[in-house]
Design a protein around this ligand. Structure first.
Ligand SMILES: [Zn+2]
Length: 512
């Protein structure tokens, strides 16, 4: 390393060298997934190589510029920020390599909405190694090196030169801007630290937008005195092709396959992540705006609405009866804890004691949420074995991963059958059980795991969802439909419960 001997304190490293080292380290340690993906997307030949080369130059010079500015202006604060970024990069890299995720704004939303128990299920020993090797060692180096920050003239010269390099590379690449634009979402989600820094801002500005006052829908009217109850079960990561009801060769639906009056529809989710999938199920129409969602709307208009959840990520609820697992555990001390069976405890009583003729029960489950599928069902539901025990899905034997996932579907089968069994025993009530998943799940196809790939490029495994309906009245007919969406839920619930509304859309109702 070059020493600045003019400095009487001696043995200092020039800021330019520190910035250059950090830039090279960032490239070597954290930009591999980015280049791997880019290399797969460019066409072979000279132009493709030019794109990759100029991306490399832009990133090297851009990161140099960034680190230089941070160190020069921030000094100790700059070093502190860079330290945080390297730790963040190490964690990001672990997730990209282990789960093949892309860090876009919706993924950052998942990160900030994940609760502690869920978050810890992703960690493993190799996460620690990532942090130590790719995060901590560079940090030790920058703190050990005493930095010679130099004069303003040198600062301006370095900044000017690196900025010029970035601009020249960008403009030399002008014919390829279309290519960059087309691939920007995925590429951007792989550039550490920009992926999580920029997408954290994007997520929070979108959140701020969402948390504004919800737009009320025009008042609804209860059209009759019939006793109607509908149980909407929101599935988590349940993919359609792993239900034997939809033709899966394994018997994952031993109970539901024997239930009369059960209708299965094909449906596509409108997103590949929870918050958007759940919102679509509760919205009256496809919208980014925050309209009054189904439970809030029905509660405000006199329906008894109960929401039980082992999950999260729903839009803000304005109802009285909202229960999460800890409260449910207190209400039902004898129930087995830690599994979604808890959500289905005492359903009959909840309906009969409601004192209302119209009841909407929403169970927001988490049954098939990865990565630890094998922890989401009680031991007696381990029908398919062996199951993998690692949270690093890409390292798990694929058949063991699928075994564990399929067991969550067997457990879902039991849960839905139990709900139907309870509803059947309700005298004088017409009842309906509706099961719709928030999105699908990748189980290693194309080396993808879990979900969250942007909808425009998502594989079908992540959006092909089950839409299962059971009604107590065998004369209740359902309209034939090739394909449903999550937006069918709102209107079908209104129709079933006998609620009139100016926003009701008969075409979106699944019942005759
Ligand atoms: Zn989900």
């Amino acid at each position: 390393m070059k020493r600045n001997n003019r400095n009487p304190a001696g043995k200092k490293v020039r800021i330019g060298i520190v910035a250059a080292l950090l830039s090279v380290l960032t490239m070597l340690l954290f930009h591999l997934p980015f280049f791997r993906h880019a290399a797969g997307q460019v066409e072979p030949g000279f132009n493709g190589k030019m794109i990759l080369l100029s991306l490399g130059v832009i990133l090297l010079a851009g990161n140099y510029l960034f680190y230089y500015l941070l160190l020069y202006i921030g000094r100790i604060v700059g070093k502190l920020l860079i330290s945080f970024l390297f730790i963040g990069n190490a964690i990001g890299l672990y997730f990209i390599n282990t789960y093949d995720i892309m860090i876009d704004d919706s993924m950052m939303g998942n990160v900030f909405n994940t609760n502690y128990a869920e978050a810890t299920s992703y960690w493993s020993f190799s996460a620690l190694l990532y942090i130590l090797l790719t995060g901590a060692i560079p940090i030790v180096l920058i703190w050990l090196a005493k930095t010679d920050y130099g004069k303003i003239k040198r600062f301006l010269k370095s900044i000017g030169l690196s900025l010029l390099t970035v601009l020249v590379a960008v403009f030399a690449n002008m014919p390829n801007w279309m290519w960059i634009d087309k691939n920007s979402t995925v590429l951007g989600s792989l550039i550490l630290p920009w992926s999580y820094v920029v997408n954290t801002f994007r997520y929070y500005s979108a959140e701020k937008e969402k948390n504004r006052e919800e737009i009320l829908l025009p008042d609804a009217t209860i059209l009759n005195d019939d006793k109607d109850v509908l149980v909407l079960v929101i599935g988590e990561s349940a993919r359609r092709d792993h239900f034997s009801l939809y033709g899966y060769e394994r018997d994952t639906n031993p109970l539901l396959s024997k239930v009369p009056n059960l209708t299965v529809f094909k449906a596509n989710s409108s997103a590949t992540y929870t918050t958007a999938g759940v919102k679509a199920m509760l919205d009256y129409t496809e919208t980014d705006m925050l309209y009054e969602i189904l439970p809030n709307y029905l509660y405000r208009n006199g329906v008894d609405v109960i929401w039980r959840s082992s999950n999260w990520g729903q839009p803000p609820l304005h109802i009285r009866k909202f229960f999460e697992e800890p409260e449910l555990q207190v209400m039902y001390p004898d129930a087995q804890s830690g599994f979604d069976g808890l959500l289905t405890e005492g359903l009959k009583e909840a309906v009969t004691e409601s004192g209302n003729n119209k009841v909407l029960l929403i169970l927001h489950t988490s049954t098939s949420h990865g990565p630890s599928y094998n922890k989401k069902y009680p031991p007696e539901f381990e029908v398919f074995s062996p199951v993998c025990n690692t949270v690093e899905m890409s390292k798990a034997p694929i058949d063991e991963l699928i075994n564990a996932y399929d067991n969550t579907i067997v457990y879902t089968d039991w849960l839905l059958d139990r709900i139907i069994g309870d509803l059947k025993e309700l005298d004088g009530w017409e009842s309906c059980m509706m099961f719709v998943s928030d999105h699908g799940e990748s189980l290693g196809e194309n080396n993808l795991y879990m979900h969250g790939v942007p909808m425009s490029i998502a594989p079908k495994e992540q959006y092909e969802i089950p839409f299962i309906v059971w009604t107590s009245d065998s004369t209740q007919q359902l309209k034939p439909a090739d394909m449903l969406s999550q937006y069918n839920v709102f209107h079908s619930v209104l129709h079933f419960l006998g609620i009139g509304s100016p926003v009701y859309d008969e075409r979106m109702n699944i019942f005759r």
